[in-house]
Design a protein around this ligand. Structure first.
Ligand code: MSP
Length: 510
């Protein structure tokens, strides 16, 4: 089966922060999980480079907007490389291919008679690139997200007939699972039930954008332009004259993962735009929560961002990915706390998993000549086999619901059981009597086999650590899939073992 997943296209007004990393890491985990399930995945990410916000940022730096965009886009690509983000397609909204696609899409919307010229007046937030509903008596309204003054606008704009799609959107948002988590569905249902109003899709007095064909003094509204990036990222062949589902790799998208602040654009405006062009809406929109830092909202405009590069240098890629996916409930807001970061990473990855692997390999090497012991088939399988089967089911169910926290918990429970098993069996005592050697072989095999399974299950969450674990067990990782690696008993004793080294160094809190 095919599976398409997208991150938002990030604004290039500033370098990426931990919030942008959070969404991207989550999507990467989902993409890797789907690949291990055997699906053919299209993982799209990219940058949103047009609009007033970007134009003003470039101006403030005395840079031509394109040069500014190139610089910031490089920073995104660099960071995604450092975080081992396995994207298949990176969309830039300033690319010529994207401009072409926007024009083709616009012509479909025109054909459906969904565009008209109108006048838009109201309070605008440049940070959100959005008109805001404001109390009539408020003469100096402030954006509740960016804490900055809104700007009054009164201009001629092209409008998209969103109201025409009232019924279809209403039905769509009621579909179970279209908006996830379920707790976010109400907000959108309420918004839709109040009646959809047409929205403006062009701006005047804005140079930094794609020119509207036929109305050259207008540029496309940055959201109309950016949402279409998801189609640009799926396009099979840029030279096809028309946009339809046949010209896209696996459309509709299975899931758009976004932050809760941009849910309306994805669950209402975007599906309506697609319907207007005769293209199916996405199957699911997942709105995750916000990260705060030691209790305060983190954001570029608030200036309290945690620099992901610094965090990476300090903790490394596995620590960062593990903490974000394991400690924060995906869908809810979460607070980044440095002390907790260190404690969780040390406890889960260095102690529970790292030590388990290290001490078991050391024992195996010592007592079985650097080999994985051969298990006597006449001896019963250890209780770890049954535990592994239970934990794998828990892990799969959790991942299928994008619940990374529970998926990670299932792995840690499994590793805890393996540690307990080792402590209970105490093979270092048993081995003192040579007649116990077969039993010890059985025990060591079971724990090493558990480590192999843990290594595989870790792959979507912390791929680098997973590979280090599997390498120590000499497991071939080139063509790994859930189907060919989640059965108990696949660890091959003739693989031999590598000299153990700590797969995860401890962090020191500073
Ligand atoms: N450019 C638009 C998206 C267009 S998609 C076609 C945009 N960009 S953004 O850079 O401002 O935000 C990108 C994503 O980062 C959003 O999903 C937003 O919710 C998320 N986050 C921004 N700050 C965040 C946190 N502090 N925590 C978690 N996610 C955060 O919106």
């Amino acid at each position: 089966m095919k599976y398409t997943i997208t991150t938002p296209l990030y604004y290039v007004n500033d370098k990426p922060h931990l919030g942008s990393c959070y969404t991207t890491i989550a999507c990467d985990a989902l993409a890797r999980f789907q690949r291990l399930k055997g699906n053919s995945v299209l993982f799209i990410t990219g940058v949103d480079e047009h609009g007033q916000k970007i134009e003003r940022t470039a101006e403030s730096k005395n840079l031509p907007p394109q040069i500014h965009c190139d610089e910031i886009t490089e920073k995104y690509k660099y960071l995604w490389g450092k975080l081992n983000i396995s994207y298949d397609s990176f969309v830039r909204t300033t690319s010529p291919e994207h401009t072409l696609l926007v024009n083709k899409f616009y012509s479909k919307v025109l054909e459906s008679d969904d565009v008209y010229m109108g006048r838009q007046s109201g309070w605008y937030c440049v940070g959100c690139e959005e008109y805001k509903d404001v109390d009539d008596n408020d003469k100096h309204p402030i954006c509740s997200i960016h804490k900055k003054e809104l700007e009054w606008r009164d201009e001629e704009n092209l409008f998209f007939r969103l109201s025409k799609y009232q019924e279809q959107i209403n039905k769509l948002v009621q579909i179970d699972g279209f908006i996830s988590p379920n707790s976010r569905k109400n907000e959108i249902s309420n918004f839709v039930s109040k009646g959809l109003r047409d929205f403006s899709i062009s701006r005047v007095n804005l140079r930094w954008g794609i020119k509207v064909p036929g109305n050259e003094d207008h540029t496309f509204y940055v959201w109309f332009d950016a949402l279409l990036g998801y189609l640009s990222g799926s396009l099979i062949d840029q030279s096809l004259p028309e946009i339809n589902e046949n010209s896209l790799v696996n459309w509709p998208a299975n899931i758009h993962v976004i932050g809760k602040d941009i849910l309306r654009f994805h669950a209402v405006y975007w599906p309506a735009m697609l319907l207007s062009a005769g293209i199916s809406p996405p199957l699911r929109v997942f709105g995750h929560g916000f990260l705060t830092r030691e209790g305060l909202k983190m954001g570029k405009s608030l200036g309290n961002v945690l620099d992901p590069i610094e965090l990476l240098e300090y903790g490394g890629i596995d620590a960062m990915r593990w903490y974000l996916l394991r400690d924060i409930e995906f869908g809810e807001d979460g607070d980044f706390q440095m002390k907790r970061f260190v404690d969780i990473v040390n406890s889960d990855l260095s102690n529970t998993i790292g030590n388990l692997l290290n001490r078991t390999i050391t024992m195996s090497n010592k007592w079985f000549n650097d080999y994985i012991p051969i298990k006597n088939p006449s001896l019963n399988d250890s209780e770890l086999k049954e535990i592994s089967e239970k934990k794998i089911i828990e892990y799969m169910n959790s991942f299928n619901e994008s619940n990374f926290k529970n998926a990670a918990n299932a792995i840690i429970d499994f590793a805890n059981s393996a540690n307990l098993y080792l402590n209970d069996r105490a093979p270092w005592k048993l081995i003192k009597d040579i007649s116990n050697k077969e039993e010890v072989a059985n025990d060591i095999y079971s724990v090493l086999e558990s480590c192999r399974l843990i290594g595989v299950l870790l792959y979507p969450l912390v791929p680098d650590l997973s590979i280090r674990i599997l390498n120590q067990l000499n497991v071939d990782i080139t063509s790994i899939s859930f189907k060919n690696s989640l059965q108990w008993g696949l660890l091959n004793p003739s693989n031999g073992l590598q000299n153990p080294y700590p797969v995860m160094n401890k962090l020191e809190f500073k």
